[in-house]
Ligand binder design. Structure first.
Ligand SMILES: [Mg+2]
Length: 201
């Protein structure tokens, strides 16, 4: 029986669509197409998620690497967190789950400073019984350690725990540890998926 429901943040509870967001600032689609992976799939961004460098250092790092893009990078770093807006349909499901008595948790690759920023901006973090944020834990998904930290810190039994993530390979380690999983895609009806686990929502 499922007792614990664990949520990823980006593209589960918070919108994370860099290309769509950055096209508000320029209509140069080609530029954004090369810019987004260059930033978000970089080693530096992974270090941010892991909590071993600050956003300020990351910004300087990118600017020294791509000096000709200094203006856009500066603008990017001043604004990118604005794209992290609540996905209301899933927040609603989260609230209902809590009303039904389920324990709810966060398991997310997320930057420390960004988590603090979001926590002040939106009143959603009070909706959880616990949270494992990579930037604070110094380990990131899909490393086994971050999943084990979640289970041990909150004394969760994997077979009673259901993890929801939009990245398929982040579900694998959870499954391996015995947790149930839901792969959340933009068109996913979370309510319908939860019912498959006998959650009467
Ligand atoms: Mg995500």
């Amino acid at each position: 029986m499922i007792k614990n429901i664990i949520f990823d943040l980006g593209n589960v509870l918070l919108k994370f669509q860099p290309s769509e967001f950055l096209l508000r600032f320029t209509d140069d689609v080609e530029y954004i197409d090369q810019f987004v992976p260059k930033i978000f799939r970089s080693r530096v961004w992974m270090e941010l998620d892991r909590g071993i460098i600050s956003l300020e250092n990351a910004k300087s790092n990118f600017i020294s690497k791509y000096p000709e893009e200094k203006d856009f990078l500066t603008h990017f770093f001043n604004h990118w967190m604005e794209m992290l807006t609540p996905i209301e349909k899933n927040i609603k499901v989260l609230k209902e789950l809590r009303n039904l008595g389920y324990k709810t948790y966060i398991l997310s690759n997320f930057i420390k400073e960004t988590f603090t920023f979001i926590g002040k901006k939106y009143n959603i973090f009070s909706l959880f019984d616990g949270q494992i944020i990579s930037g604070f834990e110094k380990t990131i998904k899909p490393e086994k350690a971050i999943y084990e930290t979640l289970l041990s810190r909150y004394h969760l039994l994997p077979e009673e725990s259901l993890f929801i993530d939009d990245v398929l390979f982040f579900l694998k380690p959870a499954k391996k540890l015995g947790m149930k999983t839901i792969w959340n895609q933009p068109e996913t009806d979370l309510r319908e998926e939860l019912r498959k686990f006998d959650i009467l929502i």
